[in-house]
Design a protein around this ligand. Structure first.
Ligand code: GLN
Length: 282
């Protein structure tokens, strides 16, 4: 059987089990130690028994043990970078890549070329902080999380990807006291506590990183309430949030930053996903 035939067969198997067919390529790349293009070049080659066996061992878990493919492989791709992930960190999401992209774009527009102090609160795997530091060397990034286990993963990612992020452990704004930032970003846990969540997510990803109080807004309230002293005169604040929270987010911005422009931006699916606050002279 060729690689291509094998992949088709496994993709069908995934779909028959109501799983993502995209997991097949991710897993095969991982087993072969190849990138997508290199794997594609092998599509006509006969697939080796050893590869088939290794693949099946993990694939069976994916199909029947309700585990995310990213945890089984141990990595997740974010903004083109391979991040180490395990059950102590949230698996980075596509929407968060858009948050990063928007921040980079707004940095160019409003701070272009200047050195800036950046904070990523609730960094988890470190995906936001590390990607920003890699993509924009003028960003000096500090990242925090309450979870020591998550920070261990984030530190490994920082080293693996050759970034220079500084990590701090502690609850919300507490470890950041006395610091000043030009850009402040957070993708805090934001699922309302009693929302029904897919068991693949709820039973595997850290619930600490998923749930944001009764209405999913708990952490934005805590952050916005204490944020002002941590910001420089001109500062950009960026949040990812639930798709149905535009009005609540804008109301909170108005409460704590009444004189500032705030805007909600849609993700590629057309959902209200990010809110930006422009503090000071923009
Ligand atoms: N900042 C990390 C991410 O965006 C973790 C977020 C979280 O744990 N809620 O993936």
């Amino acid at each position: 059987m060729t690689y291509l035939e094998f992949m088709k067969q496994k993709e069908n198997e995934a779909l028959e089990n109501n799983k993502e067919d995209s997991a097949v390529v991710l897993l095969l790349e991982h087993i072969c130690g190849l990138e997508t293009n290199a794997l594609f070049m092998k599509r006509g080659d006969k697939i080796e028994d050893e590869i088939v066996n290794k693949f099946n061992e993990i694939f069976d878990k994916y199909l029947h043990e309700n585990q995310p493919i990213q945890y089984l492989i141990g990595t997740s791709c974010f903004y083109g970078y391979d991040f180490i992930v395990n059950e102590n960190v949230l698996i980075p999401r596509f929407e968060t890549e858009e948050l990063v992209e928007n921040i980079l774009y707004k940095y160019d527009e409003h701070f272009g070329g200047k050195k800036v102090e950046v904070c990523d609160l609730a960094t988890g795997s470190g995906c936001i902080a590390i990607t920003l530091a890699k993509e924009e060397p003028n960003m000096h990034v500090v990242a925090s999380d309450i979870s020591k286990e998550a920070l261990e993963v984030a530190r490994k990612n920082n080293e693996k990807l050759g970034a220079n992020v500084k990590f701090l452990q502690g609850d919300m704004l507490e470890p950041l006291k006395g610091k000043k930032f030009d850009i402040f970003v957070s993708n805090p846990p934001y699922i309302p506590e009693n929302e029904v969540v897919d068991s693949l997510v709820k039973d595997n990803e850290p619930n600490l990183a998923l749930f944001g109080g009764e209405d999913g807004m708990k952490f934005y309230r805590i952050i916005l309430q204490g944020l002002r002293p941590l910001l420089n005169k001109k500062a950009l604040v960026a949040f990812e949030h639930g798709y149905d929270k535009k009005d609540e987010m804008l109301a909170l911005c108005k409460k704590y930053f009444p004189e500032c422009k705030a805007e909600c931006i849609k993700d590629l699916e057309g959902k209200d996903r990010m809110t930006f606050i422009y503090v000071g002279d923009f």
